[in-house]
Design a protein around this ligand. Sequence first.
Ligand SMILES: NC(=O)c1ccc[n+]([C@@H]2O[C@H](COP(=O)([O-])OP(=O)(O)OC[C@H]3O[C@@H](n4cnc5c(N)ncnc54)[C@H](O)[C@@H]3O)[C@@H](O)[C@H]2O)c1
Length: 454
Amino acid sequence: TVVETPLTEFLKAGGAAKCLTLRVTETHHESPQASKIQSRTIHLEGHLLDSGLVNRVLDTIVAGGGSFQVVNFSLGAQRLDTSAAEVKVSAPDLVVMADIMGQLIDLGAVSASEQTIDATLAPVTQAGVAADDFYATTIYPTEIAVAGEWIKVQGQRMDGAIAVTQTDTGAIAKCKLLRDLQVGESVVVGSEGIRTKRNTTTIKKVATEEFSFMGAGVSSERRVELVVEQIAWDLRQIRDRGGKVAVVAGPVVIHTGGSKHLNQLIREGYVHALLGGNAIAVHDIEQSLMGTSLGVDMQRGISVHGGHRHHLKAINTIRRCGSIANAVEQGVLQSGVMYECVKHNVPFSLAGSIRDDGPLPDTQMDLVAAQADYARLIEGSDLILMLSSMLHSIGVGNMTPAGVKMVCIDINPAVVTKLSDRGSIESIGVVTDVGLFLSLLVQQLNKLTGQYGG
Ligand SMILES: NC(=O)c1ccc[n+]([C@@H]2O[C@H](COP(=O)([O-])OP(=O)(O)OC[C@H]3O[C@@H](n4cnc5c(N)ncnc54)[C@H](O)[C@@H]3O)[C@@H](O)[C@H]2O)c1
């Protein structure tokens, strides 16, 4: 069929035309180049425009070396309605396609093909090592297709592989760290038969606005107070319904005078696990035993004579007792964050680092064991409060699945950005002094207690 197209207007507007001919009588040979071109159609659903998801998807395709055609886009009619889109993705070869598809899956895209394509599995042949093109997991709930059925991946976390084992009742898929892979399991490779679920609600918008305001370094005191009010409300609700809050804390909490507030949170049942390093415990114990934090008198704010030895004396005392719990039991340690944890049965984990003095007998210097301990303690958390420890907060962030609300407090906007901007809608960042934050938080909680009882 010959289709005629008038070009005059087009040329006037600066366009150009080129004539290409195709001999239709030629016998058709599949050229090796043409056969390499790959295309897939993906389906997207959610608040595609206001969450910016559709832009990110299209940018990902182009940046990855592919091209796209939006086949279908149905825009939600009302503000809260979701939109849906079908996008045809093309890539010059299978490798580029697999790379693009892997990234699109992480953004929540699913294959639009009618029939379910099973995930590709490769056996683990060496313990602790996966096949080269293993799928790296994200924080988002993930499902894989095995024998035509979608199964949920258990133990969701980022930076793992999906290990699949066959049992009498069917296949089981689990997120596993590479080091935990066993011979006899298989891992998911490539990008077929994998889908992730994203909850692109408008909360993202609220959190982002809140956060960018803070991140811009122009957060008024009133603005911080508003965020604190919301966090206090969340803590109160979680406690009242028997939920779980984990706190990650660095030594700055002690230096800034925040420990009395953290003590109150522990005493009043708002904290259900405490994670940190050697330093938070050392400085907390130093403050309890000698009234100083790194040799600085906490009442007068000045260095005391011989104070530089205080943190070592604190470590020495606990080493003599054998553990922090023993020191509490023996009446040696009578106040502070670690004391309150022991007294109120709040489990804690202290993970070691190269900077540590001592360390305290409770500090776990085997980092693989410390990571496992952290993962165990944050399991089932509704909210994680990250108080001024970049190292430990990032460690915890990496092992936390989507759906857990994370509240990051740090004085450095860059740290808050790093912690909050993990694509999860549930993160809130507050750029402020941690001592001030804790004091405001406790004030708000006291207010709620005044209104609703203890
Ligand atoms: N004596 C010791 O054994 C000792 C001493 C220090 C640190 N350490 C260890 O080193 C590791 C890293 O320590 P870290 O977690 O303290 O360091 P980090 O650098 O990872 O985090 C400290 C964070 O606190 C923030 N900060 C500083 N002042 C603040 C304030 N007033 N309000 C809010 N945020 C503030 C910083 O911006 C930074 O992000 C830990 O494992 C720790 O236990 C050990």
